[in-house]
Design a protein around this ligand. Structure first.
Ligand code: IVH
Length: 510
């Protein structure tokens, strides 16, 4: 009987793993979500009845129920290097000339892959089992994020194949698909929490959470793109190695072989044109010499290999109308002009605001309300206004923006800082500064106070219930209940456990 149950559990696990690979790696699911969930529920039920049969690599054991205090740092067996960047065709050709010279004109070819905009991780498999996952960190040492990595459904806990090296380090990029990013930011806005600036920050923030149960809800995904330590060589070329990783059950992005630099350049241009149709953000292409023996011949420069280069896409631009300029007061009193824009699509997101950095920049560009402006996202960070289209300006209506002579929030005195670039409010009792300081203080990296977001801080400061950090700790239930928009004051009955189903299955778009 016991043997029967054990067999049944093994079969269910294999079936779930097989379907994970079909779903995440082959992009060819054979089961509906319902059928998959039914398999999962059956396995969970059997494991609950026979807890002695639970193994750490069971698909039900992805999410740890206990948060960690912090991450240990771990040494990488082989350093995780970064890549040098190029921004145009001429620089790509120069790279090719260096490769040709380094290889003394021996024949060589390239692989061309999308450059995923996420964060690099190294996954260590021993005898096919995932034993450790670490971030890149400084390249020599990274954070041990195994618990969080295990929640990513696209990352197999066990590899399936006969010829897996006993030790295999798989390197790749953890990313957040665009749809998941938009949804997450919507949830954060609704909860009064600050939005993530881009999918990369969202992926990094989600992978560095101390509570893996939250990471599991963040719908992270993964692409493998190279091999670190391997106890037996996987292949003789990078292209072949990618094929093997895919066969082992890891998600691998499309890589194209290119026989020369002309083909590489054509691939880069083609992908640049079509990148917005992808469900994930890419910020360029990665070009690698294909043969491993040629990697060794070319070597590295210390921080980056000479056999690899990134081609970064040009910063994306869009034209829109600047509707107004708001002056934000930072936590140290710095006044920053922010452009409020007619919403416009840029690099896959709707942009409503752009930074103008400081008042010198504003004066240099001579930006005025009502202007038609060009905005740019360089590296997909916060967009900035880079140009005003003067010929579209209404010369009769347009007025230069007046640089504030007092703090727009408290009316306090303002001063230029020492190097004369930034304007600061010097009123120590400025409520705008207090709100910013409080937001920082309660944030994730600091006190990490759950549910105390900007909307609640706003009310607490305006009603003068909070004037200092210390006031947060003496707030009473009745004071909070009397606020115009009181927070949810339900009494917690212990942590809510997320249902243990396939944790981060991205929307298959059905
Ligand atoms: S190869 C030694 N391939 O880009 C080369 N990197 O800007 C190892 N990245 O740190 C990296 N997509 O995090 C490689 N297809 C790809 C990539 C890729 C994204 C990231 C990676 C790297 C960064 C450098």
């Amino acid at each position: 009987m016991a043997q029967n149950i054990e067999d049944k559990i093994c079969k269910l696990r294999d079936e779930i793993r097989r379907n994970d690979v079909l779903y995440y790696v082959q992009n060819a699911p054979q089961l509906s979500d319902q059928q998959y969930d039914a398999l999962f529920a059956e396995l969970k039920q059997l494991e609950q009845e026979h807890p002695e049969l639970i193994t750490p690599d069971s698909p039900t054991q992805r999410v740890s129920e206990r948060p960690v205090d912090g991450f240990e740092t771990v040494a990488h067996s082989i350093p995780m290097l970064s890549i040098d960047n190029t921004y145009n065709e001429a620089e790509l050709r120069k790279f090719d000339e260096r490769v040709a010279k380094g290889l003394e004109s021996a024949g060589y070819d390239y692989t061309v892959e999308p450059k995923i905009d996420g964060l690099a991780v190294s996954l260590r498999y021993e005898k096919g089992r995932l034993v450790r996952a670490a971030t890149r960190g400084d390249g020599s040492r990274g954070d041990d994020v195994t618990g969080n990595i295990r929640t990513i459904g696209a990352i197999p806990l066990t590899l399936e194949s006969e010829d897996i090296p006993d030790i295999l380090e798989v390197r790749g990029e953890v990313y957040m698909p665009k749809k998941a990013f938009t949804k997450l930011n919507q949830l954060r806005t609704d909860a009064g929490e600050p939005e993530f600036a881009n999918p990369r920050n969202a992926a990094a923030g989600s992978l560095k959470l101390l509570d893996a149960r939250i990471t599991a809800t963040r719908k992270l995904a993964f692409f493998a793109y190279s091999v670190g330590q391997a106890s037996t060589p996987l292949a003789q070329t990078h292209y072949e190695a990618l094929g093997k990783l895919k066969r082992f059950g890891l998600p691998v992005n499309t890589a194209t072989k290119a026989k020369d630099i002309d083909k590489v350049i054509a691939m880069c241009h083609l992908q640049e044109k079509t990148k917005d149709s992808l469900d994930y953000q890419i910020d360029g292409m990665v070009i690698k010499v294909n043969r491993y023996d040629q990697h060794d011949l070319l070597g590295t420069t210390g921080r980056a290999p000479k056999w690899c280069i990134a081609y970064k896409f040009a910063a994306e631009q869009a034209e829109t109308i600047l509707e107004s300029i708001t002056v934000q007061v930072g936590k140290n009193g710095t006044l920053t002009p922010v452009a409020n824009l007619k919403p416009v699509q840029l690099a896959g997101t709707t942009v409503k605001r752009a930074t103008l950095h400081n008042f010198d920049q504003l004066a240099r560009l001579d930006v005025r309300c009502g202007d038609t402006v060009i905005i740019e996202k360089a590296g997909e960070i916060i967009p900035q206004v880079v140009e005003v289209i003067i010929k579209k300006r209404d010369l009769f209506e347009s007025q230069p923006f007046e640089i504030p002579t007092a703090c727009p929030a408290c009316g306090g005195q303002v001063q230029k800082d020492e190097d004369g670039v930034y304007l600061r409010c010097v009123n120590p009792n400025c409520t705008a500064q207090l709100k910013e300081r409080l937001e920082y203080f309660v944030g994730k990296g600091q006190m990490n106070i759950d549910k105390l977001g900007p909307a609640l801080i706003e009310q607490l400061v305006e009603t003068k219930l909070v004037k200092t950090f210390a006031d947060i700790y003496t707030l009473r239930f009745d004071q909070l209940a009397q606020l115009q928009n009181p927070p949810a004051l339900a009494i917690r009955r212990g942590p809510r456990h997320s249902q243990c189903r396939r944790p981060v299955r991205p929307d298959p778009g059905r």
